[in-house]
Write a protein that binds this ligand. Structure first.
Ligand SMILES: C[S@@+](CC[C@H](N)C(=O)[O-])C[C@H]1O[C@@H](n2cnc3c(N)ncnc32)[C@H](O)[C@@H]1O
Length: 310
């Protein structure tokens, strides 16, 4: 297998449907997907969407969510990754607006993960947005979750209990700690190794964390708004099966190429848990501010330690 099949069949490894997600969803069997992970359009009028009234947008999302719940396995999870709808400078957090579509159908919210990143638009009349959220819902109480698969290094791995019956024993889990519900993962901007022409693609590592903890090998993962296929390759990289829909023929072509590169072993991706790049620590020029500004007034010692001009 090195190519994506155009239509769903349970015998395939990867399927990319070029068309409307509701059409793809109608072709999927009941309770066949272990994980639905997606980032839908936010109704902002980006290149790939037509802005509509918020009510109409939410009605459309509700239909897609209903169809996703039908195809979700009882042990499965849905991760809906969204930011804000913005109108005349006022924001509507889409996770809050969409929550009822899941809750009214009996799904349980397990986490509202904050995805923090450092790059984006600079606002002048409000604080610049530097996070989005992932709503993680499960269909039932018997959901699959493998925490060990996504543990991260402990801050103090050598720490021991100092009193009581466990005195002298290591106090933390040797496999690492729970990654928590605030994830600091670079978003895919121009100098990111995964950047394509898509304006808002998923970092593959973000989806990998969900894939590894919420699915087993060979399980099906669905992305109804597949874009350039980041969720599909996150699934394939980890021996899962993947199906997605995408309206844009241009994004589909890039997704097919990325799938091909992934199964051929030469798709470039940022490794999971790689520390965030810090240009100051890396000794890069241009990290000293040329003018005195608010941070220097607040933290004069920190600034003089960097050798900034007074
Ligand atoms: C936020 S982007 C998703 C990007 C994706 N996560 C990635 O990593 O490339 C939303 C995508 O949904 C696609 N889209 C919009 N309406 C759609 C529909 N009805 N069916 C399928 N795809 C749709 C858009 O073309 C866009 O690429």
């Amino acid at each position: 297998m090195s190519r994506a099949a155009p239509y769903f069949s349970e015998n395939e490894q990867v399927v990319l449907f070029e068309g409307d997600c509701l059409e793809l969803l109608a072709s999927l069997p009941d309770e066949s997907m272990q994980l639905v992970v997606t980032s839908p359009p936010y109704n902002l009028g980006k290149a790939y969407e037509q802005k509509s009234a918020l009510d109409r947008y939410l009605e459309w999302q509700d239909k897609v969510i209903e169809a996703c719940i039908r195809v979700l396995r009882p042990e499965g999870s849905i991760c809906w990754q969204v930011g804000n709808f913005v109108q005349a400078g006022a924001i509507v957090p889409l996770d809050i607006a969409l929550y009822p579509s899941f809750a009214q159908r009996g799904l349980k919210l397990r986490n509202r993960v904050i995805w923090h990143f450092e790059h984006g638009l600079h606002c002048s009349r409000r604080l610049s947005g530097r996070h989005e959220t992932i709503l993680w819902f499960t269909k039932t109480e018997q959901y699959f979750f493998d925490l060990d698969a996504i543990r991260v290094p402990q801050k103090y791995p050598g720490k021991k209990h100092f009193k009581g019956p466990k005195a002298g024993q290591y106090s933390c889990n040797p496999l690492g700690k729970n990654p928590g519900d605030v994830w600091v993962i670079p978003n895919v901007k121009n100098n990111h190794v995964e950047k394509t022409i898509h304006p808002c693609q998923f970092p593959i590592e973000l989806v990998e964390r969900l894939v590894l903890s919420m699915t087993r090998s060979e399980d099906w993962i669905l992305d109804p708004f597949a874009g350039v296929g980041s969720a599909l390759v996150a699934a394939l990289k980890n021996e899962r099966r993947a199906v997605g829909a995408e309206l844009s023929p241009e994004y589909c072509a890039i997704a097919r190429e990325r799938i091909f590169q992934c199964v051929s072993g030469f798709l470039k991706s940022r490794p999971m848990n790689q520390p965030i790049y810090d240009p100051g620590k890396a000794g890069r020029a241009l990290t000293t501010p040329p003018i005195r500004h608010a941070t220097q007034l607040c933290f004069p010692d920190a600034v003089s330690a960097q050798g900034a001009p007074e």
